[in-house]
Design a binder for this molecule. Structure first.
Ligand code: BGC
Length: 756
């Protein structure tokens, strides 16, 4: 390794770099001077290199498995040589700080222009410490929690030199068949936007991007990726501009308003034009309308995939279309390296377009402090901790607050002592299936299993019997018999069933959002024994829980909770804490209702109850078109009553505000944290409005017997929608309003928004 000079900047870049002590406008000027000087000196090949990002050689097996092979330089030697020759601007998903450091030394000491590399990674829900999958964390309905876990992830990841995360995923997910909903914040626009902004703040921190713990955020995938046909990942998106603007774009806007300076194009086409070649999306909306100044990166080989889409005739054309549409950086495909220099020489791509993209890359490297100190994010003291997670208490809190109690017929919380518990199911023990999809960097060996967590909480621990019963998707010889015997010998059965961690995530669409058959057979057999049954439901999406599962005495949704799974589940099961999570996605009765979400239009033939029997109504023959468990639903160990709705006189002046309030009372015997939700419906407007939309939510802690008044304030800005001319607008009129414990219940009133 090379010795680091004490005044690295001056040695590396001569007079090019900006002085750290300058004021902000001077700094911006100096930043742009560095970029301009370099751009003047760069060859076309070096420019294409700055616009190319490749997977790290020497990445962990988990990181390699996260993507298909792309044909990029794969061996360490090939990669180092490419860096030396200036053919690489950034490297991603490497988990070895030593390799990052070695590549950075090659870049800043051995390449002609000494431009530092940018290290990126899919740091989606933790790094060494694995937090709950983002969908689970959204169940906390607490964006501050998401900001704290994102901050922790950034602190751990940046110690390995990583300065850029491909997160948060802010795609609204309304079709539970789509597997990637697990990486986002669920179906709702307001919740999704608040979590998006919080995660951006958390990743980037509050001390500026040059701070060594700041990690540039990448709200992705831009845009409409969650709206693929039939819930099939990568499938085409045929969507109205109104829905795109009203539902899918707001979380992106919220992320950019929170300071995100990069985004990733989505794999899908939108109305016939793939996002990677879509100037309307990447230029008109993103840059012209929103004034975005950051960087657009392709999603993996999304530029090359323009050929498979049938949009580009060949790879050369794909490179041209992507660059001209606004994709600044090409990931993994190598297309920019291969074709941009020639495309510029032939005049098919203007040099200025390439320079603009290079400028954005260089400016970001500047802002991230990489020119000032290319090694600033390598913190050996932290890296020496090896793979050990550093944020267990936060991971436990986040996991606990992500758990949702769907139903409880008095069996929970369980007593810690004096009863025998049988813990049954494919997820009962072992460290697999705890981290969830794309937990690329956490060592599963540090995760606390359900068995370990429950064992540690029980007195005596020997009162816990553990039986696997079946595999995730396969039966196990003698498994059901062993499970039935354990259930007979127990006072209570806890069944850990649902989806394995690889059943959601990228390319994991499902035609049936149910618990796999062998597990259902196990549940049936165990239920026959007749002991009280608690279901611990593992899932990366909303599930349709039919039959016996739905009739269990208690159901806790535990998603994929990460490093502290077992301890957090034990905290809730045994009543150290009351559950407080709420569903960020509606759980339908049946897969056939997909896409099912609460914020839907009324139709001209609405049913009052969603009943199957109502003739000539918008209903299905087989099941009620309601949720089995609605968005926002989740019980506590208290008994919360909603009373005395007060709509503040029922009038919202055009330039004023209205306060909507209710009293929440805990009639139960245990302390609880309740989530009060505010919903609104605009009765008649110039475009049809959904039957309900979430406009606010607040946690209220209530001791047994206590009451509290919860208040929400609305102004006309909370009532904006995309009108007939596709602009955000607000119209006077009558509004229904609810303060509610979920999207299908609550106290209902109304108010009028008066014209100006
Ligand atoms: C995913 C992205 C991810 C990228 C790099 C793609 O397959 O869609 O979300 O950031 O791979 O791993």
């Amino acid at each position: 390794m090379h010795d680091l000079p004490s005044t690295r900047r001056t040695v590396l870049f001569g007079g090019l770099s900006a002085a750290v002590s300058m004021g902000s406008s001077e700094t911006a000027q100096a930043e742009s001077q560095v970029a301009e000087t370099l751009i003047r000196r760069m060859s076309l090949e070096e420019k294409a290199g700055q616009l190319s990002i490749f997977p790290a050689a020497s990445a962990s097996t988990a990181a390699v498995a996260a993507n298909p092979s792309s044909g990029a330089p794969e061996t360490a030697d090939e990669q180092a040589q490419a860096v030396r020759e200036g053919r690489v601007g950034a490297v991603f998903n490497g988990s070895s700080p030593a390799w990052h450091r070695c590549l950075q030394e090659t870049a800043v000491y051995e390449s002609r222009l000494k431009i530092p590399l940018l290290f990126a990674a899919d740091v989606t829900h933790g790094f060494r410490t694995v937090f709950p999958v983002p969908l689970a964390e959204a169940a906390s309905f607490d964006p501050d929690l998401a900001e704290r876990t994102a901050r922790a992830a950034a602190i751990e990841a940046t110690a390995s030199g990583i300065a850029w995360t491909f997160a948060p995923m802010v795609d609204i997910a309304r079709d539970a068949r789509w597997g990637r909903g697990v990486e986002g914040a669920g179906e709702d626009v307001l919740l999704g936007s608040r979590f998006a902004a919080a995660r951006v703040r958390g990743f980037q921190g509050t001390r500026g991007l040059a701070d060594p713990t700041a990690m540039l955020a990448t709200p992705k995938h831009f845009a409409g990726y969650g709206a693929g046909r039939g819930g099939l990942d990568y499938d085409s998106v045929d969507i109205s501009e109104r829905t795109l603007r009203e539902v899918y774009l707001p979380p992106f806007r919220a992320s950019f308003d929170a300071g995100a300076l990069s985004t990733m194009a989505s794999f899908n086409e939108i109305n016939g034009v793939p996002a990677h070649a879509n100037p309307w999306l990447l230029k008109q909306v993103l840059r012209n309308e929103w004034g975005f100044e950051g960087l657009v990166v392709s999603d993996f080989t999304g530029d090359r995939e323009l050929v498979e889409h049938g949009f580009a005739a060949d790879e050369r054309e794909a490179a041209r279309l992507a660059l001209l549409a606004g994709v600044d950086m090409s990931m993994a495909s190598g297309l920019y390296n291969a074709h941009l220099p020639d495309l510029v020489r032939s005049g098919e791509v203007p040099l200025a377009a390439v320079d603009d993209a290079v400028r954005r890359v260089l400016m970001l490297k500047q802002r991230l402090g990489l020119f000032d100190d290319p090694f600033g994010r390598f913190r050996p003291a932290d890296a020496e901790r090896g793979d050990r997670p550093s944020f267990q208490p936060l991971a436990r809190e986040a996991a606990r607050r992500s758990i949702v109690l769907l139903q409880n017929r008095g069996v929970l919380p369980l007593a810690k002592a004096g009863q025998r518990i049988a813990l049954i199911g494919p997820f009962a023990s072992g460290q697999r299936h705890l981290g969830g999809p794309r937990a690329v960097f956490g060592d599963p060996g540090y995760a606390v299993s359900l068995e370990e967590g429950m064992h540690a909480a029980m007195r005596p621990p020997a009162a816990l019997a553990v039986v696997q019963g079946c595999g995730v998707e396969t039966p196990l010889d003698g498994g059901v018999e062993a499970a039935v015997a354990a259930a007979r010998a127990a006072d209570v059965v806890v069944l850990a069933v649902g989806e394995g961690e690889n059943m959601s995530g990228e390319a994991q669409s499902r035609t049936s959002i149910t618990i796999p058959e062998p597990q259902q057979a196990l549940i049936e057999a165990v239920a026959q024994v007749g002991k009280p049954m608690v279901i611990l439901l593992k899932n990366g999406r909303a599930l349709a829980l039919g039959g016996t599962t739905a009739r269990a005495e208690a159901i806790l949704v535990i998603w994929h909770l990460g490093t502290e799974t077992g301890t957090a589940v034990a905290d809730i099961l045994f009543g150290n804490h009351s559950p407080s999570g709420r569903l960020p996605v509606s759980f339908p009765h049946d897969t056939g209702q997909s896409p099912f979400f609460y914020d839907r239009k009324p139709t001209g033939r609405p049913t009052i109850t969603g009943q199957t029997g109502e003739a000539y109504k918008a209903r299905y023959r087989e099941v009620r078109n309601t949720a089995a468990f609605p968005f926002g639903h989740g019980l506590t160990y208290g008994d919360i009553r909603y009373e005395a709705l007060d709509v503040g006189g029922g009038k919202l002046p055009w330039n004023g505000r209205i306060t909507v309030a209710a009293t929440l009372r805990n009639a139960g015997g245990r302390e609880a944290v309740e989530l009060a939700q505010l919903y609104v419906r605009h009765r008649a407007a110039s475009t049809t409005r959904p039957i309900r939309q979430l406009k606010g939510f607040k946690h209220v802690r209530l001791a047994p017997g206590a009451s509290a008044r919860v208040e929400f304030t609305l102004t006309r800005h909370d009532l904006l929608f995309v009108g007939q001319n596709l602009d955000w607008t607000v119209e006077p009129g009558l509004f229904d309003v609810w303060i509610a414990p979920s999207a299908e219940t609550g106290l209902k009133g109304e108010f009028v928004l008066r014209a100006a």
